[in-house]
Design a binder for this molecule. Structure first.
Ligand SMILES: [Zn+2]
Length: 373
């Protein structure tokens, strides 16, 4: 449901996208407004208008969420934080920050912009409703949009990460303590606590017969819980990534082959033995090539005994080689980009110091985050 979205506009150079889940929500909101809220609150308006009112109110709700996100983005851009896109999805919007915020001051300003925008919209719609004919369709829609903006502002100000309020709390703590990780931990723990509170409220609602509201609350709570957990994980990962270097994670024992052996030997002694999909080919301490499964698959089996590794290996070793001081962050992105299972760590004199495999990194990260190290 998440992840598939369509682009509807570009504003300030930011691509605005709608997640498919949003269409379901749009219909649900329009439906519940025209079948429930409006007829119940304004019975005198007349049956034929409720659907139109419901659809217009849903569109204005959508616009309100978009303006809320755009205010975050606008302030972020003014502080030189690039924003690639805004995705409007099931519970509102998410502005994708391409980079982490660098100072608490910037994070505070970016976070507060959204709720301020929603409060301004609340007062604006309230004012405009006052100009409309009392209890008319226009009045009803504007009053609803005013109310919903108030709810948006207050909900987002709840001090649990990753809600805006959680970001405000984190930036304030970060400012006073200087501890980014600890501040994120506290803010996301409060966020998780709030998520459990919402889910508990949801169960309570279902027990007392309000199944629809109850499911909603559980759904939102569940989503917030996941978001709070993953945002903390991201901070931890990022810290581990930038602090660790290739030298610290590499294995010193490198399984490499010499160019003179036959493909038959290579398959029997290396591929079937170690289960890697490629090996460095070395001459002395120098890496002279790479031999991998795709190359071997192109060689007919009857030629395996007579063909040497050196004759068929690729000499394009560049993308496999890294320096001891490169960060794990760099290594991982190179592995992902090149679809590589391992990288060779080579010293300045071109001699091999060790090897880093993707699964080694993953394993180490898991241990580190389990130990909360
Ligand atoms: Zn916000």
């Amino acid at each position: 449901m998440f992840g598939r979205s369509i682009k509807i506009a570009t504003i300030f150079g930011i691509s605005i996208e709608i997640d498919f889940s949003w269409f379901v929500i749009f219909f649900l909101v329009a439906w519940s407004l025209s079948k429930g809220y409006f007829p119940y609150k304004y019975p005198e308006i007349g049956k034929q208008y409720y659907w139109t009112m419901g659809i217009i109110a849903s569109l204005l709700l959508f616009l309100s969420v978009l303006l809320h996100e755009l205010s975050h983005s606008y302030i972020a851009l003014r502080n030189n934080l690039p924003i690639s896109k805004i995705t409007l999805f099931i519970f509102g919007g998410v502005a994708n920050l391409a980079e982490e915020v660098k100072t608490p001051g910037v994070e505070f300003r970016v976070a507060i912009a959204g709720p301020i925008c929603s409060f301004v919209l609340m007062f604006l719609c309230h004012f405009l409703a006052g100009l409309a004919e009392p209890d008319s369709g226009v009045f009803a829609v504007l009053s609803y949009v005013s109310l919903i903006n108030g709810i948006l502002a207050i909900f987002n100000l709840i001090p649990g990460f990753p809600l805006d309020g959680g970001r405000l709390l984190r930036s304030a703590m970060w400012y006073f303590t200087g501890n980014y990780k600890g501040s994120t931990y506290l803010a996301s723990t409060i966020g998780k606590g709030f998520a459990f509170f919402l889910m508990a409220m949801g169960f309570f609602q279902i027990m007392s017969g309000n199944t629809f509201n109850g499911i909603w609350l559980i759904f939102i709570g569940y989503f917030l819980k996941g978001a709070a957990e993953s945002s903390y994980q991201q901070v931890v990962m990022k810290e581990i990534f930038t602090d660790l270097t290739a030298e610290k994670v590499m294995k010193r024992h490198v399984i490499s082959v010499t160019g003179g052996i036959s493909i038959r030997n290579l398959v029997d002694d290396y591929f079937l033995n170690y289960h890697y999909d490629s090996f460095p080919v070395v001459a002395g301490t120098r890496t002279i090539g790479i031999i991998n499964m795709p190359i071997i698959k192109h060689i007919p089996k009857e030629e395996w005994d007579t063909t040497t590794v050196q004759a068929v290996m690729t000499q394009e070793t560049e993308k496999y080689l890294v320096s001891p001081g490169d960060s794990v962050d760099d290594l991982l992105s190179r592995m992902v980009r090149g679809n590589l299972g391992w990288l060779l760590v080579v010293k300045d004199d071109q001699s091999v110091a060790g090897i880093v495999t993707r699964s080694d990194i993953m394993h180490l990260l898991k241990i580190k985050s389990d130990l909360n190290e």
